[in-house]
Design a protein around this ligand. Structure first.
Ligand code: TXA
Ligand code: MG
Length: 362
């Protein structure tokens, strides 16, 4: 398959491919997504194939505005509308209850071609999107081209991050092409992603509401509207054997470059010193560090993450830095880690997962 690179003025082309069951790389403010018609089970199945993604890991649906929620979700709590008013369009995904099909629709499916019901399931959103769960992640992205594509397609767009499963998420069209060339129909180049880490996921189907994945909306900002929100344990520690996180995706090794990563926590000067003390060979070790310390490691491949306290810049650059390490072919990566306030929580989470929770405290 020849993967076309589309310009921002080819929104209609992207929408037409999605409508007809194809796969399109779509720009969002967080990371590039791999989009398909979320109501077409066959199209959605091909997302899993292109990514090599496990079937038990559900996808989220992207919509152009909050008014679409009622078509696909039920029992929507008041808090969801408040969150949508405050944070949408923006990097927030809400887990809500899926709408069930009406008895008439179910009957029609039962009497349709043999496979209709197993194909589509008893809910309006096909089971292949939700991995059979009765809940669904809904997100309204801040990237205007992304919303334009969805609106032109006229269907909710199922889209995981556009990386090959397990690899760092793509924050440029080129990164997505690196992973997906020849496997998907097109990628619309909407420029570099402004947030750089994925959306924050909040589960509103449980009480108290639960933060399943830290991301582009910091926890501190959510507390205003959800004062009793709890952190899912999968956010901060590795799941034990057999333990099931509420976001199925959180159990997989993730965001990982090919080389093993050692994450170094602690005050910036201390973690920089720790790395300096432990580096042995510039021919195969690389360092991801805060800008202030970039000159500490002459001869080594260094990727600057951003200023030591600028966690927004760190989030924006993190996946790019991990990919750059891979391109250079380093065999071991040392990474400085911020503290977990503000966007730091998402940066710490992605670094921890990239390292398989190989974390040392300086
Ligand atoms: O920023 C983002 O959210 C990007 C862009 C493309 O929108 N998308 C993204 O999708 O990160 P993905 O599939 O890479 O991550 C979605 C996460 C997975 O960990 C999945 O397990 C979880 O959301 N998830 C999806 N549906 C869920 C549900 N019903 N309940 C709990 N977790 C769910
Ligand atoms: Mg992903």
């Amino acid at each position: 398959m020849n993967t076309q690179l589309l310009n921002p003025n080819e929104i209609e082309t992207a929408a037409a491919i999605i409508k007809s069951g194809g796969l399109v790389g779509i720009p969002t403010e967080t990371v590039y997504g791999l989009g398909a018609n979320g109501l077409n089970p066959l199209a959605v199945r091909s997302i899993f194939q292109a990514k090599g993604r496990p079937q038990d890991n559900p996808l989220i649906l992207h919509i152009p505005d909050a008014s679409w929620l009622e078509t696909y979700c039920e029992d929507i709590p008041e808090s969801a509308w408040r969150l949508a008013r405050r944070f949408w369009p923006g990097p927030l995904t809400m887990i809500l209850r899926c709408k069930e099909r009406s008895p008439e629709e179910l009957e029609a499916l039962k009497n349709g071609p043999v496979c209709s019901l197993t194909h589509f399931g008893s809910r309006i959103i096909p089971d292949v999107v939700t991995a059979g769960l009765d809940t669904v992640g809904m997100r309204c992205p801040a990237h205007s081209m992304c919303r334009d594509i969805i609106a032109a397609a006229g269907v909710p767009v199922a889209a995981p991050s556009g990386n090959t499963s397990g690899r760092p998420s793509p924050t440029t069209a080129q990164h997505m092409l690196d992973d997906m060339d020849g496997k998907i129909d097109a990628i619309l180049d909407g420029g570099d992603c402004q947030v750089g880490v994925e959306s924050t996921i909040v589960d509103l189907t449980c009480r108290p509401p639960r933060l399943l994945r830290p991301g582009g909306i910091p926890l501190e900002e959510l507390l205003d509207l959800l004062p009793d929100i709890e952190l899912d344990p999968a956010v901060v520690r590795q799941m034990a054997e057999g333990e099931k996180p509420r976001a199925p995706g959180m159990k997989y090794r993730h965001y990982a470059p090919r080389a093993p990563v050692t994450v170094v926590k602690g005050p910036p000067v201390r973690s920089a010193e720790y790395i300096l003390d432990h580096l042995t060979d510039s021919s195969w070790e690389g360092v991801i560090c805060f800008n202030e310390f970039a000159h500490w490691y002459p001869g080594y491949l260094v990727e600057q993450l951003g200023g030591a306290v600028d966690t927004w810049e760190q989030a924006r650059r993190l996946f790019r830095a991990l990919r750059a390490m891979d391109e250079a072919g380093v065999k071991h990566i040392w990474a400085q880690c911020p503290d977990d306030t503000g966007m730091g929580l998402a940066v710490v989470n992605r670094l921890s997962k990239a390292s398989g929770f190989h974390i040392v405290d300086a």
